[in-house]
Every structure is written in structure tokens, then in C-alpha cells.
Design a protein around this ligand. Structure first.
Ligand SMILES: [Zn+2]
Length: 195
């Protein structure tokens, strides 16, 4: 049952009673007071229907199955043939994105500098280590201030058993914690690509 499904129509009713007698307070010798709590729909909602919230668009008043913004149900009109004017505008937007958001030469230089610095540091303990940038830094889809995906290769070792990789990652984490420019070093051994 989905979270937003209507609750069962039958009224939930649960009663508890409690003896509200305070021990060790001699002045409170009044007759035992009985409290009764009723967990009924009426008690929770005062008779108002409960709010239904759509888990897809987060608006209230309908469930996901009735969501008007469910694209799977919207019949899309076929697009008209593309015009050269539209194509030109699309090109301009893409070029503008590039000039606005691509990392500049300075940032690219800083990235390479960080890489070299970390590599020098790592090689103190892992003599054959080489660091390489991959991902957005290298594939052209990187933005300014994007993260820095770095992979470490140990020269002369084409394959390393998984158990050994874990030991290497753990000792690498211990080493990187000593680097003055690095913070929050957390070895992550579970993902598909251990980091
Ligand atoms: Zn909705």
C-alpha cells in the first residue's frame, strides 16, 4: 500500500485507561482518576477528511494515480518540424551555457595543481601511485566548481584482489588525513567504484 493511499474506512478504535495516581505525594489522596484515550478517526480529525498529498507533484488534493502531471498519462502533441530559427536559438543557449559555466583556464590549472600535489603526497607511501582525473573534469561536461574525480593507479599492477584493495583504500584514507589541505576523509568501500 502506498503512503498516500486512503486509510481503511473502518474506524480504528483503541482504548487505554490509566490510573493517574501520583505515588509518594501524600496530599494527592483523591479518588483514583481514570483517563481514557480513544484512538478514533473522530478524535484525530474532528470529523474532517484527512489531507491527501500526491507523492509525485507534492500538491494536496489528489493521489499519485490521479496526478495531472504524470507525464506517462499526458498525450504529447507531436512536435512541428524544427526550423532554422529554432535551431539557431538552441545553439545560442548551448553556447551561452558553455561561456557562463565552463571552468576557465585558471580553474583547469588549479585542478591539475591539486592533482599533482595530492599525487606527490600519496607517493610518499605508495611509490608506484599515479593519479588521474576522470569524469566531468575530463569529459567536457564539467562545470565551474565541479567535483574532482580522481582515480589512483598503481604502476605495474594490472589487477589487485578485492581484499587488498580495501586495505589499500583504508591506508590511503589514513594517509590523506595527514594532508593539511584535505578534510573529511571518509573511505567508502561499498559502492561499485570504491573511493
Ligand atoms: Zn500530483
Amino acid at each position: 500500500m502506498d503512503e498516500e493511499e486512503e486509510e481503511d474506512e473502518s474506524n480504528l478504535s483503541l482504548q487505554t485507561s490509566e490510573e493517574a495516581v501520583k505515588d509518594g505525594m501524600p496530599e494527592n489522596k483523591s479518588p483514583k482518576q481514570r483517563l481514557s484515550y480513544e484512538f478514533t478517526r473522530q478524535a484525530f480529525t474532528r470529523g474532517k477528511p484527512h489531507m491527501v498529498v500526491c507523492s509525485l507533484c507534492k500538491r494536496d488534493g489528489h493521489l499519485k494515480k490521479d496526478c495531472p502531471e504524470d507525464f506517462k498519462k499526458v498525450q504529447l502533441e507531436p512536435l512541428p518540424p524544427i526550423t532554422s530559427d529554432f535551431l539557431g536559438r538552441l545553439d545560442k543557449v548551448c553556447e551561452q551555457c558553455y561561456t557562463d559555466f565552463a571552468p576557465d583556464e585558471l580553474e583547469v590549472g588549479v585542478r591539475e595543481h591539486i592533482l599533482q600535489d595530492v599525487e606527490n603526497f600519496v607517493r610518499r607511501q605508495f611509490a608506484g601511485a599515479r593519479l588521474q582525473l576522470f569524469g566531468s573534469s575530463k569529459n567536457g561536461y564539467g562545470f565551474r566548481q565541479s567535483d574532482l574525480d580522481i582515480c589512483m593507479v598503481l604502476e605495474g599492477q594490472d589487477t589487485i584482489p578485492d581484499a587488498e584493495c580495501i586495505t589499500i583504500i583504508e591506508s590511503l584514507a589514513r594517509l590523506l588525513r595527514k594532508h593539511p589541505g584535505l578534510k573529511n576523509i571518509l573511505p567508502s568501500l561499498r559502492p561499485k567504484y570504491p573511493l
